[in-house]
Design a protein around this ligand. Structure first.
Ligand code: NIG
Ligand code: FE
Length: 417
C-alpha cells in the first residue's frame, strides 16, 4: 500500500453533502453546502480525498469498501448541547405538562432538575456509566459522532466528579467523542434551598477550583434564569470559572428575557444556548463578541412554550448558529439530530443547507473542534454518516424515520444497518 492509498472507500453514494472549512459559517455562507456524486477515501482516522469514485478506486485497489447504496453521505452530526448523565426518567412530568403544568411549576414542586439530582446521587459510577454507554449507542444510531456532555445532576463536588469520570470513561471506551462540560450551576441543590447564596459561594470557593484542577472538564455551564441563578450571581460564578481556566457555555434567555445573552457576550463565552427570549440588543452583543448561539428547537415543543428563538433575525445579524438536541430527561427526551434538522426547518425556517452546517461545522466550532471535524474534507477526521435518503433536502423533509444506514467514526465502520 503506498502512502496515498486509502484503506477504506465509501462508494455508491447518490451524493456527498458537506459544508467547507474549519470556521463557523454565517450569512450566505451558512446556506452553502457542496452536494455532488462522490466517493470518500479514508486512511487511518482521516479523510484522504473526496472525489470521483473510479479514480479513487483505481488509486486504492486494496481498500475495503462501504457501499452507500445510493444514499447520502454527510459529516457525522455534532450535538453541541446534551445532558446525558442521568439515572431515571421523567415521563410523569411530560404528562403533567400535557395536562397544563409548566416547567417552572414542576420544578417549584420539587420535580424537574432536582428529581434527576436525586437519581444521580443515588446511582453508582458503574450504573451511570452503563446507562451512558447505552445512550451513546443511540447517538451513533442517529448519525451523531461527537457529543457535548454536561454534568449538572450531582451538584456536590463528589457527585459532579463522579459524573465527569463517567463521561471520561465512556469517552475512552466508546466510538462517540464526548466533550465534557461541568454544569455545576444547573440549579440550587435541595440542601441549599433556604440559603442559595451559600451554594453560590461553594461553587466559587470549592467546586469550580476542584473541578478545574481535576482536568475532567473543558467547559463550565450555568442555567441563568431568575428562578435559578440571576444575572449578578451568574456573573460572579462565571468569572470564577473563567479564572480557573474553564471556557464558558450558558443556558440563557430560555424562559424569560433576562439579558443572559448580553452576559454571555460580556464574558466572551464560547456559546449561548436556547435564547428563545433574546432581545435585539442581546443578538447584537452576541454578534459583536462572536458567541455561537446553540439553538435547541425541540425544547419549546417539549415544554409546550409557544415562543420560538428568532433564528432568522440572528442569521441576518451575522451570527453563526449551531443546532443541538438538548437531550435530557426533562425538557427534551430525544437524541435525534435528524429530528432537530426537520424542526429547525419547520419552526426556525432554516434551509436544509443551513441546518446541515449548523448541525456539523458550526456545532464543532462551538466546541473548538472545527479544525478536525464538521466537514468532509481531506485531513479532517473520517466521521461520517450514510443516510438512506436521495438528496440533502431530505435531511429536513422527512420526519419520523431514522435515515441512518451506516456510521464511520475515526475511519472505522462502527454501525451498519
Ligand atoms: O437545557 N434549562 C436547563 N436545563 C435543561 C433542562 C434540564 C432538566 O430539566 O433536567 C435544559 O432545558
Ligand atoms: Fe440544557
Amino acid at each position: 500500500m503506498n502512502a496515498d492509498s486509502a484503506d477504506l472507500l465509501v462508494v455508491g453514494a447518490a451524493a456527498v453533502a458537506t459544508g467547507r472549512g474549519s470556521e463557523a459559517l454565517r450569512g450566505t455562507d451558512l446556506d452553502r453546502i457542496d452536494e455532488a456524486p462522490a466517493a470518500v477515501a479514508i486512511r487511518g482516522d482521516r479523510i484522504l480525498a473526496v472525489g470521483d469514485e473510479a479514480e479513487l478506486r483505481a488509486a486504492s485497489p486494496g481498500a475495503a469498501c462501504l457501499d452507500a447504496r445510493g444514499g447520502l453521505v454527510v459529516p457525522g452530526f455534532v450535538d453541541a448541547h446534551t445532558h446525558p448523565v442521568f439515572a431515571g426518567t421523567r415521563e410523569d412530568e411530560f404528562e403533567l405538562r400535557t395536562r397544563g403544568a409548566t416547567y417552572v411549576e414542576i420544578a417549584a414542586a420539587g420535580g424537574g432538575i432536582l428529581s434527576s439530582v436525586r437519581g444521580v446521587r443515588a446511582a453508582s459510577e458503574e450504573q451511570l456509566l452503563a446507562l451512558l454507554l447505552v445512550r451513546l449507542d443511540r447517538f451513533l444510531e442517529q448519525g451523531t459522532t461527537t457529543v457535548e456532555a454536561k454534568t449538572g445532576y450531582g451538584l456536590t463536588l463528589k457527585d459532579e466528579l463522579k459524573c465527569l469520570r463517567v463521561i471520561a470513561s465512556a469517552n475512552a471506551s466508546h466510538p462517540v467523542d464526548l466533550v465534557p462540560t461541568f454544569l455545576g450551576a444547573h440549579d440550587v441543590p435541595p440542601e441549599f434551598r433556604d440559603t442559595p447564596a451559600r451554594y453560590v459561594d461553594l461553587l466559587i470557593e470549592e467546586l469550580i477550583p476542584a473541578v478545574a484542577a481535576s482536568g475532567l472538564a473543558e467547559y463550565f455551564d450555568i442555567f441563568t434564569e431568575e428562578h435559578v441563578f440571576g444575572l449578578a450571581d451568574s456573573r460572579r460564578i462565571l468569572l470564577a470559572a473563567r479564572e480557573a481556566g474553564l471556557r464558558l457555555r450558558l443556558h440563557v434567555d430560555q424562559l424569560t428575557p433576562l439579558g443572559g445573552a448580553e452576559l454571555a457576550a460580556e464574558l466572551g463565552a464560547r456559546s449561548a444556548d436556547h435564547l428563545e427570549f433574546v432581545s435585539r440588543a442581546g443578538i447584537e452583543a452576541l454578534a459583536a463578541a462572536d458567541v455561537v448561539p446553540v439553538l435547541c428547537p425541540l425544547v419549546p415543543l417539549y415544554l409546550r412554550v409557544a415562543r420560538e428563538v428568532p433564528a432568522r433575525e440572528m442569521i441576518a445579524a451575522g451570527l453563526a448558529p449551531a443546532l443541538a438536541t438538548d437531550f435530557n430527561p426533562g425538557s427534551c427526551y430525544t437524541q435525534s439530530m435528524p429530528e432537530v434538522l426537520t424542526w429547525a426547518a419547520l419552526r426556525l425556517r432554516f434551509t436544509h443547507a443551513e441546518a446541515l452546517n449548523a448541525a456539523t461545522l458550526n456545532a464543532a466550532a462551538s466546541l473548538d473542534r472545527a479544525a478536525d471535524r464538521g466537514t468532509l474534507e481531506p485531513g479532517k477526521r473520517a466521521d461520517l454518516a450514510v443516510l438512506d435518503v436521495p438528496n440533502a433536502k431530505f435531511l429536513c423533509y422527512e420526519m419520523g424515520r431514522n435515515p441512518v444506514r451506516a456510521v464511520v467514526k475515526d475511519g472505522r465502520v462502527v454501525l451498519e444497518r
